[in-house]
Design a protein around this ligand. Structure first.
Ligand SMILES: Nc1nc2c(c(=O)[nH]1)N[C@H]1C(S)=C(S)[C@@H](COP(=O)(O)OP(=O)(O)OC[C@H]3O[C@@H](n4cnc5c(=O)[nH]c(N)nc54)[C@H](O)[C@@H]3O)O[C@H]1N2
Ligand SMILES: Nc1nc2c(c(=O)[nH]1)N[C@H]1C(S)=C(S)[C@@H](COP(=O)(O)OP(=O)(O)OC[C@H]3O[C@@H](n4cnc5c(=O)[nH]c(N)nc54)[C@H](O)[C@@H]3O)O[C@H]1N2
Ligand code: SF4
Ligand SMILES: [Mo]
Length: 748
């Protein structure tokens, strides 16, 4: 049976969240049987990649949980009802809060690639618990860059790829990982256009590198030397845009003195590149009308990552590629998931810097496995799988087991949920209204609230409902106010409701903190088409209208800010393919920059860090671990752990270990052989793929593999059984997953 109706939603496998059209069918009409791109989606415009066609493996995947679960004394789980679950969970959290302080209750997650509403609703529960420390996957990849952005620009920045004439991908393989809308169409068109230049810096001959005009095949882990050489070339040859720099930046004298004596020849050699290769790239950047940059995991999960984020930005700022077409801009946002980039607090035990409010992922286990009085004692995990995704899975498992209470909110029985005391079943992203805050497009930015395709399975609930119930179970939902607000919505409409709600927030701080669940229980109940979970968007549209009324007006929402916000909110609820909410030109980049006096070039702690480069990269060829293992490469059929079901993979079903022909010959390996990967923390067996994509000394395994099956077996290598907590960046604490010292052994 198949339902002919095409319903609208989005793919949830990467941050792009391309619009999809779906037909349901199969058993009880609950299967996704047909998927095509949604032409009406503002960014993807009908585009999809090959991964989206498997979305039924997410919706009807294995390991789905459909009832609240409680751990029994024998370690197994039993089903309980929601009232018991929410009551017991809040009683036990409250006991920990009252004895040790709410700051001992840690929150991890809040959303994956396609679902950011859980994080918005969970803030209510966290306020009730007094939980102040939190983290998410962003604190093992992006926080170093956020910190640099915060200091240089006072805001996040993005590259204007769709208008640039030079595109620079640094440790990024957009052919597979996207990161820009319609990535493959973009890359093909860009590569064909003789007036445009694509620069790719990657030790691997990736699909993207093959399309590049300039592929700098840097030695693994040495990007810092290459980028320092680039800055030095610009300074020493006086190639930088001096008039522009004079007008828009501060600190050029410090930069001149820091890079005056760097040996360009030595630094290029350290990176395994010739001076001519690097100079060709620098010439292209210096001569570009607009250069757009994307740095990603190849450098962000590698040595000197925060320094690299800084050097990379110096290269294009010195060439004037900010605030002009094809350069970098400051995006409009409804919810700023990147935060301020500031770091004003430290973690309670390890004293690690908290950037943009997030505890570095690599210290979480150490903050738990200690007798320090300030250790985290309980954890709420939501829409994340830290046992699988954070460094040193065994240590994370041990940390969770040692805690007084762990609660996981997930759709599936994951490696992390298995360590929890309670598991709460969330509806899938196709069973509730859901959205991502990962959109940062320019000159128009958009937002897409997706309508559910199916009823929730079993007893599962949306996170909005779960957090409302947790707050109610704690007895702190202001029920009189809720009733009053419901009455106002019924009789007086939105205006009277807004006035009373604003007044209540001004009078009582707790009302502001609980606002998401109060709105869900009031405004959410009267939204068209039952769009309950959309309620939390209402204050976000108001916030944007207050900050950026002009941008909203250019996008077609006229009137005073309140009128604009209400119009935008209604459009978001009604617009099932997404709506454009901002329309900018490059002058807005300058207006949005949170930095007085222009771009700050001189960041003293990172300029000091340049001295560590003087000694050159560490030589490891003759050590116990002679290889740099990239643990977690993205490939055709990887999508974090969103698909737990392996049936969707049409290639590389067990996730091969890629190795260069020279190394394979040395060790005595051929394609199809089994090899053992050994690191300082663990070992694993993998099938070998000999390929000249890889440089000698460099091997790679994919991410998202190694999920545990119910019967105790595991499919493929779980990368973080091999990675270490200690191996991380000294500024942001982000792990060196792309450079795990390893040994490869042939297995008879
Ligand atoms: N297919 C697919 N797409 C995805 C995802 C997925 O799981 N699967 N996940 C999404 C997520 S969460 C993220 S964060 C992004 C990540 O997107 P990317 O960062 O593009 O992904 P990776 O493949 O992890 O790493 C990028 C590149 O870094 C290179 N690299 C390794 N070592 C070095 C080095 O020393 N220097 C340099 N310059 N490069 C190096 C690798 O060869 C690789 O090509 O992808 C998103 N998109
Ligand atoms: N070694 C190594 N480790 C890595 C990486 C690497 O390259 N190498 N990459 C890292 C990166 S960049 C990232 S982003 C992380 C990703 O790792 P995580 O942030 O842990 O997230 P995902 O693997 O995306 O898993 C998302 C979780 O959300 C659940 N889920 C899906 N839909 C819903 C829903 O609607 N509600 C709820 N409550 N749950 C839902 C899924 O079942 C899954 O458990 O992994 C990181 N780990
Ligand atoms: S995985 Fe492919 S189809 Fe899905 S959102 Fe990303 S680019 Fe779009
Ligand atoms: Mo990521």
């Amino acid at each position: 049976m198949s339902n002919e109706e095409w319903m609208t939603s989005a793919c949830i496998l990467c941050e792009l969240n391309c619009g999809i059209k779906v037909q349901a069918g199969g058993e009880s009409d609950r299967e996704i049987v047909r998927i095509r791109g949604d032409e009406d989606h503002p960014a993807s415009k009908g585009y999809l990649c090959q991964k989206a066609s498997g979305l039924n493996h997410y919706q009807n995947g294995k390991d789905r949980i459909t009832s609240p679960l409680r751990r029994k004394s024998d370690g197994s789980f039993e089903e309980i009802d929601w009232d018991t679950a929410t009551r017991e969970i809040m009683e036990r959290f409250a006991a920990i809060r009252d004895t040790h302080g709410g700051d001992k209750i840690f929150y991890y997650g809040g959303g994956g690639q396609g679902n950011h509403l859980p994080g918005a609703y969970s803030s209510a529960t966290r306020s009730v618990l007094g939980s102040v420390y939190r983290s998410s996957a962003l604190a093992q990849e992006k926080t170093g860059e956020f910190w640099v952005n915060g200091q240089m620009f006072g805001s996040m920045v993005k590259g204007d790829f769709h208008h640039c004439d030079v595109a620079f991908f640094l440790g990024k393989n957009p052919w597979h990982t996207h990161g820009i809308p319609r990535a493959r169409v973009f890359l093909r068109d860009f590569a064909k256009d003789p007036s445009k230049t694509m620069i790719v810096v990657d030790p691997v001959v990736t699909e993207t590198a093959k399309m590049a005009d300039i592929h700098l095949r840097v030695k693994p882990g040495t990007d810092a030397w290459m980028l320092a050489a680039m800055v030095a070339m610009l300074i020493q040859d006086e190639r930088h845009a001096s008039a522009w720099v004079e007008e828009h930046t501060q600190g050029i004298e410090e930069i001149k003195s820091a890079f005056a004596d760097i040996s360009v020849a030595d630094y290029c050699a350290h990176a395994g590149l010739t001076v001519e290769e690097v100079r060709t790239a620098v010439d292209a950047i210096a001569n570009a009308k607009g250069m757009a940059m994307f740095e990603d995991l190849g450098v962000q999960m590698n040595h000197h990552s925060t320094l690299i984020s800084y050097l990379e930005k110096l290269v294009w700022v010195l060439c004037g590629h900010f605030g002009k077409e094809g350069g970098q801009y400051v995006p409009a946002y409804l919810q700023n998931i990147a935060g301020s980039g500031r770091s004003s607090r430290k973690t309670p035990v390890a004293k690690a810097p908290i950037i943009s409010g997030m505890v570095p992922c690599n210290v979480i286990a150490d903050e738990i496995l200690t007798d320090h009085p300030d250790r985290y004692r309980a954890m709420l995990i939501e829409s994340a799988n830290p046992v699988h995704s954070l460094a040193d899975s065994n240590r994370m498992r041990e940390a969770l087991r040692s805690m007084e209470l762990v609660v996981a909110i997930d759709i599936a029985m994951t490696e992390s949920a298995r360590e929890a005391d309670y598991v709460l079943p969330a509806s899938t992203q196709f069973e509730k209204w859901e959205a991502t805050f990962f959109n940062f497009e320019f000159p128009e930015n958009y937002f897409h609230l997706r309508k559910p395709l199916f009823e929730p399975l079993g007893e599962s609930l949306s996170e909005a409902e779960i957090h409302a119930r947790l707050v109610e179970a704690a007895g702190v939902m202001p029920t009189e106010l809720v009733d009053e607000l419901r009455g106002l919505l019924r009789d007086g409409g939105r205006a009277a409701f807004r006035e009373r709600f604003m007044q209540a927030m001004a009078e009582d701080g707790m009302v502001s903190k609980l606002a998401p669940v109060i709105l869900y229980r009031t405004l959410g109940e009267v939204l068209p088409e039952g769009a309950k979970e959309g309620a939390v968007m209402w204050p976000l549209t108001l916030g944007f209208a207050m900050r950026d009324s002009a941008s909203l007006a250019r996008a077609g929402y006229e009137g005073d800010p309140i009128t604009q916000a209400e119009k935008l909110f209604d459009a978001i609820i009604a617009g099932h393919s997404g709506v454009v909410f901002s329309r900018d030109d490059m002058s807005t980049a300058w207006e949005r920059m949170g930095q007085e006096g222009g771009i700050q070039l001189a960041l003293p702690s990172l300029l000091d860090e340049l001295s560590v480069l003087e000694a050159g990269p560490i030589q490891r060829a003759s050590t116990e671990f002679p290889f740099a293992l990239s643990a977690g490469e993205r490939r055709d059929y990887t999508a974090n752990t969103i698909y737990r079901d392996f049936g969707w993979r049409r290639k590389d079903p067990d996730g091969s270990l890629r190795i260069s022909p020279d190394d394979a010959a040395d060790i005595g390996l051929e394609t199809g052989d089994q090899a053992r990967i050994v690191t300082a923390v663990g070992s694993a067996m993998a099938r070998v793929e000999v390929t000249d994509r890889m440089l000698p000394g460099h091997v790679a395994i994919p991410n998202g593999f190694g999920l545990d099956n119910e019967d105790g077996t595991r499919s493929g290598v779980a990368p973080n059984e091999l990675t270490s907590l200690a191996d991380c960046d000294k500024f942001a604490g982000t792990p060196h997953h792309k450079f795990v010292p390893a040994r490869i052994e042939a297995v008879a």
